[in-house]
Design a protein around this ligand. Sequence first.
Ligand SMILES: O=C(O)c1ccccc1NCC(=O)[C@H](O)[C@H](O)COP(=O)(O)O
Length: 316
Amino acid sequence: MLQNEVASSQGIRIRRRPPSGPPLHYVGPFEFRLQNEGNTPRNILEEIVWNKDKEVSHLKERKPLISLKKALENAPPARNFIGALRAANERTGLPGLIAEVKKASPSRGILRENFDPVEIAQSYEKGGAACLSVLTDEKYFKGSFENLEAIRKAGVKCPLLCKEFIVDAWQLYYARTKGADAVLLIAAVLPDLDIKYMIKICKLLGLTALVEVHDEREFDRVLAIEGIELIGINNRNLETFELDISITKKLLEGERGKIIRERDIIMVGESGLFTPEDIAYVQEAGVRAVLVGESIVKQSDPGKGISSLFGKDISI
Ligand SMILES: O=C(O)c1ccccc1NCC(=O)[C@H](O)[C@H](O)COP(=O)(O)O
């Protein structure tokens, strides 16, 4: 089966642009491509993924896997991302915080003009974050791998999630060479076999995989994969930008919640969390960690923003 057919048989709506681009038509000596003939992304997530596919294939030419494998020898050691979340949850009785270093997003535009990634990371750490999420996509989020590297080199101790749109296993190696401790795998983008294979590679590299879902079908697919330890429920629909924190509750009700507890999987509530009531709501639903960007990165002192978000100082 072709890549898009495999994906669509698993309910994945995001199509992967064929490397050759849309079909070429010929009339006599002329060649042309038709507008909208499979070459227009259907939504923002599809656009990001198509762009990422191109970006990664160029980067791979410049830095082939063999050179990344060599660079791994000089990478800083991978730290325990899940351990940090568990420890924070046990220490505070609240969900462990993954605080996001996020300058901009497709749904909200620029979130912070005066953006110093290292200062923000240090402020989050001081404010009690357990881990950090660093956006590395440049085109849509104004992030970078330089930001990730700089935060790691500045001596921030919180383990770092490389917040990237992973479409190729090459990116796992790249993230690790830049100092990432964890990576994001999005079930709306990756078919089961890719997730399985990437989780194996993450384990070999010492990376933690945060596997993200948004609906029941994605959640069931991910629960059927062996070795899953950390699952994020994104309250934001990445195709429409619609935000609804009751998604976390809905997905953790009943049998799925039971499986999570039995297997001691750490659940992360992601996106759209702004108040202590929001945090209490997703904690009640069953999450032991939260991933938060907008509500804290917009504050003049992002570390203090954490206290407002949780309704108390979680650094002590
Ligand atoms: O944030 C977006 O607009 C967005 C658009 C398309 C794909 C992904 C997107 N965001 C990634 C995230 O999931 C969030 O950055 C993260 O969960 C934090 O969300 P928030 O606290 O609402 O900033």
